[in-house]
Design a protein around this ligand. Structure first.
Ligand code: 2IP
Ligand code: CA
Length: 382
């Protein structure tokens, strides 16, 4: 069945905003925040309570997105993949699948059963999960005029990327380039759609629930992109930053190997920030030129959404191994970009755990071919 990409994108934008609202409500309502930060140990643990409320927060966002997208695009639910399983087993051995049900009350009852009968918390969560959310995706949406084959689509969701920052709940400090190294600003809801036949990302929405602190409240922002054949459209970021191109800004994980960090420091400004999704989004927003990760610590759900936006912007994401293996002329790096984008339709490793879906050979995200050239050069020369 053909579906207009514009409608699917609008649905993703709305769903991402509902996910962002759930993330904000959990931090704003004391009945929920207590659950999030409380780490009950041993005997103190409530026996009917889910072991891990932060996982429930993730799962609820994931299941809300699944519910809302399925309501509008019947059949898509089976092709939505995320980091979390929705099945919880408490210490009594009761197994409960967390889902968004047909109405608010039914969802509240279900959530109550994994929240140790805390009906107040369950009702708060059910209310926001069932709210209608409609976001203005911006004027660029009119330029998305192409259809997609619903059967060919898969969706990767990272309901709350930078979970550690989300739990800590600190407000990060923004530097003069618009970058925060840690804090709630690094939390991102990531929804990416890819083609099952080609493996490439086609639509992406990145929603930061805690983009801006306005006194007691947080304001979010979002960015989207579409890369379907010749159709390349993206929403303009709210804050655009221009880089000093003489000094390529490369983001890395704090835990990046010291020799890789050293190599890039010789010619680039290497900076750190938390969150794989946030680092990718910084490349989308022009805050950084590239994000280099030599290790396998990101997953398909981290990358699919910002990767779609990068393709729309004529950037991309290749593996770190492809970067190291490339021995062609710098001027021919467009071939590397054209043929070696990481893909999302096959597992990368045998087994049944989440490691199957990791980006095994590392990643290199870049905002343009010039940035890719500069990254290849920095990797070769140093
Ligand atoms: C994590 C999160 C981490 C990131 C890691 C991701 O996802 O984004 O911050 O590590 O790669 O898988 P780093 O911050 O060192 O880049 P999640 O928070 O969803 O587990
Ligand atoms: Ca993640």
């Amino acid at each position: 069945m053909k579906v207009p990409a514009r409608s699917l994108l609008q649905a993703l934008v709305n769903a991402s905003e509902k996910g962002a609202k759930i993330a904000r409500v959990i931090r704003a309502e004391s009945a929920l925040l207590e659950l999030l930060v409380q780490e009950k140990a041993g005997d103190q643990k409530n026996r009917r309570f889910v072991q891990d409320f932060k996982t429930l927060a993730d799962v609820l966002v994931q299941e809300t997105v699944r519910h809302d997208l399925s309501a509008q695009f019947p059949g898509i639910g089976a092709s939505i993949y995320g980091e979390e399983s929705n099945k919880f087993t408490n210490v009594l051995g009761e197994s409960i699948s967390v889902q968004v049900l047909q109405d608010q009350e039914a969802t509240a009852q279900l959530l109550c059963s994994v929240l140790d009968d805390n009906m107040a918390a369950a009702r708060l969560l059910a209310k926001v999960a069932h709210e209608e959310v409609l976001v203005d995706a911006g004027p660029e949406l009119d330029d998305v005029d192409v259809d997609l084959d619903l059967e060919d689509l898969g969706v990767w969701i990272d309901p709350i990327d930078s979970t550690a920052q989300y739990i800590d709940g600190l407000c990060g400090i923004i530097n003069d380039k618009g970058l925060v190294s840690c804090g709630l600003q690094c939390v991102v809801v990531l929804l990416g759609v890819y083609s099952k036949s080609a493996g490439l990302p086609q639509l992406g929405v990145c929603n930061r629930p805690f983009a801006q602190s306005t006194g007691e409240k947080w304001k979010g922002d979002l960015m989207w992109g579409v890369a379907i054949g010749e159709t390349k459209v993206f929403s303009l970021p709210s804050a655009k930053t221009t880089n000093n191109k003489q000094n390529l800004v490369v983001l890395m994980s704090q835990s990046e190997k010291p020799d890789v960090q050293k190599k890039f420091r010789a010619s680039c400004s290497v900076q750190h920030a938390a969150g794989a999704g946030y680092k990718l989004l910084c490349v989308n927003q022009g805050i950084a030129d590239a994000y280099v990760l030599s290790k396998s610590s990101t997953y398909m759900w981290d990358c699919c959404a910002p990767h779609a936006i990068l393709l729309a912007q004529n950037g991309g994401v290749i593996s770190y191994k492809s970067l190291c293996d490339f021995n062609g002329d710098l001027s021919s790096c467009s071939e590397l970009s054209l043929n070696q984008q990481i893909t999302y339709h096959h597992d990368n490793q045998p087994g049944s755990g989440s490691q199957r879906w990791c980006n095994r050979d590392g990643i290199v995200a870049y905002c343009s071919l010039e940035a890719l050239q500069a990254i290849i050069k920095a990797n070769r020369d140093n």
